[in-house]
Design a protein around this ligand. Sequence first.
Ligand SMILES: [Mg+2]
Length: 316
Amino acid sequence: MEEKTILIIEDEPTINRIISKYFLKEGYTVLSALDGLKGLDLFHNNQVDLVCLDIMLPKVNGWEVSKSIRETSNTPIILMSALSEEEDILRGFSLKVDDYITKPFKPSVLMAKIKSIFKRIDIERQYNAIEGTFDIDGINFELATFEKSDALKELLTHDELTGVCNRRYLDFYIENLIQQSKDFNLDFGLLFVDIDYFKNVNDTYGHGVGDVVLKELSEIILHSIRNNDLIGRWGGEEFLVVIQVEEIKHLRIIAEKLRSIVSEYSFDKDNNNIHVTISIGGTMCVQGESRESLIKRADDYMYNSKNTGRDKLTIK
Ligand SMILES: [Mg+2]
């Protein structure tokens, strides 16, 4: 196994030392900094595979550090914070960090999160390196015969219209995440999102406008979740959003954020100002359950939101 390097930026010497020791014991290379400035310096001068980042830091705070890292790099970041208020959680999401952990925490829990992130990156790499023959909707593709197979891989994993993941990749991803949640004892939640009265948009303004709504809605959601979360188009005007949170109340905060952003958003096409709302069903994955049962439950809750007025959440 290749050796991975973790950078810890934490100003509490005791916490920094405890985590460092733990990571070293697990076989990782560890770099550590006691302030944000030194942390950024270490980041830019070393090959770092993951950053554990405190928020309250001397010199440059954690928000600024993650912003600076994200300007040039997608290296996974886990925020370690005593803050667990709604605003801070949402801020972490908007800064595209990969995960967060609330202090106080056990090093073993942090370790599980890190292993899960590395595992995800491995799986993505394997998926992208995939070779052989594929059958897509009855058509056979031989990957090796494609000189530029990147385009085909994109087609295999992404929805052509919106650019977010497609159903095939969602299935693959959720299946893997269920396995990971068993292996590492980690939790995650699923949001089933459906645009209300979408047929009316198509009927009133035409399919071109409907397509714009689907595309922009995908982007809105994509920009509101973290790197370690995933949005995909499930079909038609339905989307699945996979969120790695431990608690259902955090899933609810994210769902409410998505609902309110969309309801206030004005989709602008050919001088038409179009407003749509979404209905959301959300639930946490229960240990041992199947992908089908998880998705079905989220779908059922989404229908409950539809049946009780739309522009609503049902999170259970
Ligand atoms: Mg601190």
